[in-house]
Design a binder for this molecule. Structure first.
Ligand SMILES: Cc1ncc(COP(=O)(O)O)c(C=O)c1O
Length: 646
């Protein structure tokens, strides 16, 4: 990469290519003629929200970055899209029954998100899937009875089961899925005791496994589900208590983000075979719930890599409908209604975290040792050798000089540690090294083929861009499982981004750095970025983070929830801010670890009073300090210096 920008020769299409935008953007994100990223809330390409303008407007409203932008129209668009794709597959395959999505709320339990999904999804008969008592209460609080069906998965105690039974009694459309045989014993006992007949589902443990990071959710060793022998035992138990007619649903789930379509097909075949056998045994199952797993192409590579998927939603839906119909027809068994618990595919796209770049590693000017070297009578031998290399290196001496430079830099540190080099000598060597690296990379641009050991050489030029966010809070899967999320600047995309960068967060953790990105030709070890001007905000966006990230995020270094803004498209004004949710204030994150704001102030004040009495601190100094702490406790946990626009 050259150091000079080539604005004239660079177009927004070039930017779209290097960030692979069209491959992961799902027709939701584009770049406008001003070089800013836009989001399209509907399929009408003219309707768009310019993310850079939006950020500037939010900052004018004194909402500080990092800001989680939640685009509620995108939720609506995804729900409608998934439904339509299944509807098309049903028509194409002449499938006699219906399709229904149950949104698994573990993927993102935020009340406004679940409410929006329930409200938009009404016309598609969407339901909610829950996996714990708190999630059950959340779903019940949103449902107004039988208008929002609920499926209950997860381990259950008596309290969970009883609540579901009472909810059934008063008219909720709620299905209790048996995850374990011992759970069924409890369910039978409680329903007999309370004289309430539940609607039951049976989760089956398929031998088929998914692929990718969550493959252990399926297969013989999976945590949940009944083996075939347990299913037979369950039926016997239910028969004994005349409860077989309660069973209306069969559930299976082989993992999230299934990357290969053939694994999906295999599991569908197995699940449908079990369904047909159960139907032949007289079990009146009406619904086949195929669980989650429909993946998201985060890196846009359309591959079976774990951040991608090698199929489209259309292909997924077609395979589901086709396989189920085919096997049911072969077995002469009535087809079931089909349910999928697609979480990730529903919500991943709706939120974008945008934050400001605070600084770059090389932002502070490095001293120039040129003059000093010119006047030095006799540089130390290590520095002199590096200087010789710098002056003479060319394409013919490249490899040898590269090896010698590496050796000399090791020597520099050793000699410094032994006391033979001064700090100034070492700094000069460091400066020469950076000059040699630049020269080598210029030479490498002109030679082909590049020697094998120098193929990744340009990574020496990678700069660290410090972004105002916590990776552990906002994109925890990037750290926990090396998940790749699309990341790109949201402005200046009509300029060539000349800098190769890694993105570091503001936690004091060396793991808080991203060095793997979505690139033009697959994964890339750097993100193309523009040189930043410290007086103008430069924002980057982290995309497709709506699934799992918001709830899995943690409080590393006590960086809390970010500010969140719910936005909808508006024909007249472009956009409307529906809700602003303030991020955690410092006192709130401290409270999670048992520090209470008023107590903190009380303790500091009483300590300072002793100093005031001893006259080592003045009354003014003491009260100013308390005031400062008070302000900080009420303030944002992220850095708030640099929002020039506002
Ligand atoms: C039972 C169940 N259903 C649905 C899901 C959601 O899966 P996804 O987000 O891949 O659609 C999960 C997640 O692992 C799950 O365990």
């Amino acid at each position: 990469m050259n150091s000079e920008p080539h604005t004239a020769r660079w177009s927004i299409n070039d930017s779209a290519k290097i960030y692979s935008l069209d491959n992961w953007g799902a027709h939701l994100f584009t770049i406008n003629k001003n070089g800013n990223v836009c989001i399209h809330p509907s399929s009408n390409a003219k309707q768009s929200i310019d993310l850079r303008i939006l950020m500037d407007d939010l900052i004018k409203r004194k909402i500080k970055p990092p800001i989680l932008l939640r685009f509620m129209d995108v939720l609506q668009r995804r729900i409608a899209f998934i439904y339509q794709v299944f509807k098309n597959a049903i028509i194409e395959n002449n499938y006699p029954k219906k399709y229904q999505t149950f949104y698994p709320i573990k993927v993102n339990q935020q009340r406004q998100v679940v409410e929006a999904i329930a409200s938009y999804g009404k016309r598609y008969n969407i339901g909610l899937e829950v996996g714990s008592k708190p999630e059950l209460i959340a779903a019940i609080s949103i449902s107004t009875g039988n208008d929002l069906p609920i499926i209950c998965n997860g381990y259950k105690d008596n309290e969970y089961i009883e609540t579901v039974l009472y909810a059934t009694k008063i008219g909720y459309n709620i299905t209790l899925v048996v995850e374990k045989l011992f759970e069924l014993e409890k369910i039978i006992a409680l329903s007999r005791q309370l004289e309430i007949m539940p609607v039951l589902g049976i989760r089956v443990k398929l031998s088929s496994k998914g692929t990718g990071k969550w493959s252990t959710s399926g297969g013989e060793d999976a945590k949940f589900g009944l083996r075939m022998s347990e299913i037979i035992a369950a039926i016997r138990m239910l028969e004994e208590h005349n409860m077989v007619p309660c069973v209306k649903l069969m559930h299976s789930h082989i993992g999230s983000q299934i990357t290969k379509i053939d694994k999906i097909k295999t599991s569908l075949i197995e699940a449908t075979r079990i369904y047909t056998e159960l139907r032949k045994m007289g079990i009146g199952i009406e619904y086949m719930d195929i669980g989650g797993g429909m993946g998201v192409d985060y890196d846009g590579s359309k591959s079976s890599y774990f951040s991608s998927v090698n199929y489209t939603i259309e292909e997924y839906a077609n395979d589901v409908i086709f396989q189920i119909k085919n096997i049911c027809d072969e077995a002469g068994v009535e087809c079931p209604h089909i349910i999928s618990e697609s979480g990730r595919a529903t919500v991943a796209h709706y939120s974008v975290l945008v934050t400001n770049i605070l600084n770059t590693e090389t932002q502070c000017a490095m001293p120039d040792f040129e003059g000093q070297l010119a006047h030095a009578e006799k540089p130390v031998p290590t520095v002199r050798k590096l200087l010789d290399i710098y002056k003479s290196i060319d394409r013919h001496s490249l490899r040898e000089d590269y090896h010698d430079t590496q050796q000399l830099m090791l020597e520099t540190v050793n000699l410094f540690n032994l006391g033979y080099l001064t700090l100034n000598d070492r700094a000069t060597a460091e400066w020469l090294y950076s000059k040699i690296v630049l020269k080598i990379s210029t030479i490498l641009e002109k030679i082909k083929p590049v020697p094998e050991e120098l193929q990744n050489f340009n990574l020496h030029l990678r700069q660290t861009y410090f972004a105002n966010f916590s990776l552990f809070q906002s994109i925890p899967d990037s750290w926990a499982i090396d998940q790749i999320f699309p990341i790109m600047p949201i402005q200046r995309l009509n300029e060539k981004p000349d800098v190769m960068a890694s993105i570091a967060d503001i936690t004091c953790d060396s793991d808080g750095e991203i060095t793997s990105f979505v690139g033009q030709h697959g994964r890339s070890k750097y993100l193309p970025m523009h040189k930043i001007n410290s007086s103008v905000d430069y924002f980057i966006g982290f995309f497709l983070i709506g699934a799992y990230q918001e709830i899995l995020g943690d409080l590393h270094n006590l960086f809390g929830d970010t500010n969140a803004v719910h936005i909808t498209f508006n024909n007249k004004t472009g956009y409307m801010i529906d809700t602003v949710i303030n991020g955690d204030a410092t006192w709130e994150t401290l409270k999670y670890v048992q520090y209470k704001g008023p107590e903190i102030l009380k303790n500091v004040r009483s300590n300072l009073e002793k100093d005031v009495a001893a006259k080592t601190v003045s009354i003014e100094e003491s009260s100013q300090f308390i005031e400062r702490l008070d302000r900080m406790l009420l303030g944002y946990t992220y850095l708030v210096d640099k929002t020039e626009t506002g």
